[in-house]
Design a protein around this ligand. Structure first.
Ligand code: IPM
Ligand code: MG
Length: 371
C-alpha cells in the first residue's frame, strides 16, 4: 500500500515523539511491504513565529494532499499571553474544523506494569478498559458569539454552547458503533439537569439508541461521571460526550492508567462501522492522530519524553484510516512487550536512574516490530 502521511510535530515534545512514530511506521512498512511517504508541516507556536499563523496555508495544503495526519502537540509559555491575537492552540482547533474531525476517540487502558504509577488503588484498576468518544467540532470551543469586551461596569467575556441535532446524532453513532465492537455498553454524559443542550443531547442519543438494541445505553450526568471514573472506572466501556466535558474527563481518565504519556487518540470525520467480525472498517480519508498529552514544555528538548502515546496513535491510524489490523496489532503488542521487558521512560519508572530516553524507547519498540 502507498500511504502519504502529513507529519505536524508542533511545539515542545511534539516533534520528539512524532519522530519515534515515523521510525515505527517505517519499520511496519519494511515488514509488511507498505510504502509510507512523510511530508512535514509547521503548526502551532513555531508556525506563529515563522508565518504569523498557527495553521499556515502551506500546512493545510500538505494535510489535504495526505491520507492521514500524524500530529504532535502545540503550545508553550512563550505564546501564553492572554491578550495575544492568535494562539498555538488555534492551529489544532482550525485543523479539526477544516477537516470536520467531529469524533475524537480516546482509549484508556491499564497496563499491568504501570499499576504502581496510578493514583488509584490497584483493586480499582482491575478490568479498566474504556474509550471516550468526544465530540470535537462544536460546543463551547466553536460557538458564536465568542468574544471579550468592556463596558462601564467592567470587562465581559462570552463563549457560546450550541449543539445541532445532526452534530449529536453523528457522534452518538460513533459511540454506538465503537461500543458494538467492544462490550456493548455506552454511557452518554450530559448536564440535562441544567442545560438545554444537555436535554437535546439526551433526547437525540436516546433516539439513535433505538437503532442499536444490542448496545446498553446508560445516561449519566457529567459531574457524576467524573466521580464514577475514579471510584468505579471498570464500569465504563464506551463514553460519548460533548466537546468540553470530553476534554476534561479524558484528562481525568488518562491518569488512571499511570501516565498521560501512554494515551493515543484518533480524530475522525466519518463513522467507523463495525463489521460482523466486530472490527472497525476504514474510516474516510480525513483523520488526525495525536497523543492526548500536550507539548510538555518543561521537559522539551531533553530527550526524555515518552513516545508511546504517539506510537499508539499510529496503531489507531493504521486501524481506522487504512484497515491494517495486523499492522496495528503488531504495534500495540510491541509496546506491551517492551513494557513487560521493563523498558520505561522517566514518567513510568519508579527508579528514575533506570529510565530510558525517548529514542531508546522508540528503538526498543521498533526492534520488536522488525523482529
Ligand atoms: C486536547 C487539548 C486541546 C483541547 C487544546 C490543546 C486546544 O487539551 O486535545 O484535549 O482543549 O481540545
Ligand atoms: Mg485536553
Amino acid at each position: 500500500m502507498d500511504i502519504r502521511i502529513a507529519v505536524l510535530g508542533g511545539d515542545g515534545i511534539g516533534p520528539e515523539v512524532t519522530a519515534e512514530s515515523v521510525k515505527v511506521l517505517d519499520a511496519i512498512g519494511r515488514r509488511f511491504g507498505h510504502n509510507f511517504a512523510f511530508v512535514t508541516g509547521v503548526c502551532g507556536g513555531r508556525a506563529i513565529d515563522e508565518s504569523g499563523s498557527a495553521l499556515p496555508e502551506e500546512t493545510l495544503d500538505i494535510v489535504k494532499g495526505s491520507d492521514a495526519v500524524l500530529f504532535g502537540a502545540v503550545g508553550g509559555p512563550k505564546w501564553d499571553d492572554p491578550q495575544a491575537e492568535t494562539r498555538p492552540e488555534d492551529g489544532i482547533l482550525a485543523l479539526r474544523k477544516e477537516l470536520d474531525l467531529f469524533a475524537n476517540l480516546r482509549p484508556v487502558k491499564v497496563y499491568p506494569e504501570l499499576i504502581d504509577s496510578s493514583p488509584l488503588r490497584p483493586d480499582r484498576l482491575v478490568g479498566v478498559d474504556m474509550v471516550i468518544v468526544r465530540e470535537l467540532t462544536s460546543g463551547l470551543y466553536f460557538g458564536k458569539p465568542k468574544k471579550r469586551w468592556a463596558n462601564s461596569r467592567g470587562r465581559v467575556a462570552v463563549d457560546t454552547l450550541t449543539y445541532r441535532e445532526r452534530e449529536i446524532e453523528r457522534v452518538a453513532r460513533v459511540g454506538f458503533e465503537i461500543a458494538r465492537g467492544r462490550r456493548q455498553r455506552l454511557h452518554s454524559l450530559d448536564k440535562m439537569n441544567v442545560m438545554e443542550t444537555g436535554r437535546l443531547w439526551r433526547e437525540v442519543v436516546t433516539e439513535i439508541g433505538a437503532e442499536y438494541p444490542d448496545v446498553e445505553l446508560i445516561h449519566m450526568l457529567a459531574d457524576n461521571a467524573a466521580m464514577q471514573l475514579v471510584t468505579r472506572p471498570s464500569e465504563f466501556d464506551v463514553m460519548v460526550t460533548e466537546n468540553t466535558f470530553g476534554d476534561i474527563l479524558s484528562d481525568e481518565a488518562a491518569v488512571i492508567g499511570g501516565s498521560m504519556g501512554m494515551l493515543p487518540s484518533a480524530s475522525l470525520s466519518s463513522i467507523p462501522k463495525t463489521n460482523h467480525n466486530r472490527r472497525p472498517r476504514r474510516a474516510g480519508k480525513r483523520a488526525l492522530y495525536e497523543p492526548i498529552h500536550g507539548s510538555a514544555p518543561d521537559i522539551a528538548g531533553q530527550g526524555i519524553a515518552n513516545p508511546v502515546a504517539s506510537i499508539l496513535s499510529t496503531a489507531m491510524m493504521l486501524r481506522y484510516s487504512f484497515a491494517l489490523e495486523d499492522e496495528a496489532d503488531l504495534i500495540e503488542n510491541s509496546v506491551e512487550a517492551v513494557l513487560a521487558d521493563g523498558v520505561k521512560t522517566p514518567d513510568l519508572a519508579m527508579q528514575p536512574n533506570e529510565a530510558v530516553g525517548t529514542t531508546d524507547m522508540g528503538d526498543a519498540i521498533t526492534g520488536r516490530i522488525i523482529g
